[in-house]
Design a protein around this ligand. Structure first.
Ligand code: NAP
Length: 257
């Protein structure tokens, strides 16, 4: 594999950190983005010493509309070309739309969907020009149905799925991989931060981080458009196709409560 540089958002914990470790083990140079700079620096030092790679730390808050352009401009100035963009940063929050904080919900759309789109639009032309690399968007099993009690989160993940599938069809070069990684519940900080730890959803199907991330990484390398880790989890989109929408919504509401 040719030397590549991978930009990973949300690399300070969970799935993003797991993916950073796998790309690093393959010898890729990294650009790590998230808000918690101390976490990013710690990870950068570890990966540099373990794998002899270059790691660039870029602390940014992706709920700020200007952040994607700032990231792009900074890397341009530093002459760092991105081969693989991993749009992983994201968060959720359990609760009804009428009760959750308005700014929080708008920020969720910004981080989970708008920043992902903005970064894709900025970095994709360079990837196409160089003719290698790709985009790995972290969606969710949540993207396959509406999610009462997590309505905005589920809707952003439906966007990520639709956007990524469409993007995959737009790219004709087989050396450029476009994947939507769509895991079900995974053991990360996400469960606690989203207030989902005691939900039926998390009780029924929580996956360990390592196998989930490994499936996502390998699926991307193979050029799979949609990557769902876990057999039980893979059944969900299949069953949704044959179940009336009304029932699907009711089941999702139960699982999120
Ligand atoms: N865990 C699950 O059950 C699960 C299932 C399906 C999909 N996912 C998706 O997987 C992705 C990663 O989540 P995770 O499970 O690894 O959760 P996590 O451990 O909470 O990690 C979330 C990451 O996103 C970053 N982030 C959040 N808000 C940000 C902001 N405003 N600006 C920049 N970075 C931000 C966080 O960094 P800072 O806090 O340092 O900024 C952190 O690195 C998310 O898109 C999530 O929706 C998770």
């Amino acid at each position: 594999m040719a030397k590549e540089t991978v930009l990973i958002t949300g690399a300070s914990s969970g799935i993003g950190m797991g993916l950073a470790k796998l790309f690093a083990a393959d010898g890729s140079d990294l650009v790590l983005v998230a808000r918690r700079e101390d976490r990013l620096n710690e990870l950068a030092e570890k990966l540099k010493s373990e794998h002899g790679i270059e790691v660039h730390v870029l602390p940014k808050d992706l709920s700020k509309k200007t952040s994607p352009k700032e990231i792009f401009n900074h890397l341009k100035k530093e002459k760092i070309e991105i081969d693989v963009l991993v749009n992983n940063a994201g968060f959720g929050s359990r609760g009804m739309v009428s009760e959750l904080d308005t700014d929080l919900q708008v920020d969720m759309v910004q981080v989970n969907a708008a920043a992902l789109t903005h970064l894709t639009s900025l970095f994709l032309p360079g990837i196409i020009e160089r003719g290698q690399g790709g985009i790995l968007n972290v969606g969710s099993l949540a993207g396959f149905q509406p999610g009462p009690n997590l309505a905005v989160y589920f809707a952003t993940k439906a966007y990520v799925l639709s956007f990524t599938e469409a993007l995959a069809e737009e790219i004709s070069n087989p050396n450029i991989k476009i994947s939507c990684f769509a895991p079900g519940p995974v053991k990360t900080e996400f469960g606690e931060k989203s207030d989902l730890e005691d939900s039926l959803l998390f009780k029924l199907s929580l996956m360990d981080l390592e196998p989930a991330v490994k499936a996502g990484y390998e699926g991307f390398r193979k050029g799979k458009t949609i990557v769902i880790p876990g057999l039980k989890q893979q059944i969900v989109p299949f069953l949704n196709r044959f179940t009336p929408r009304l029932i699907v919504r009711k089941i999702a509401k139960k699982l999120n409560s």
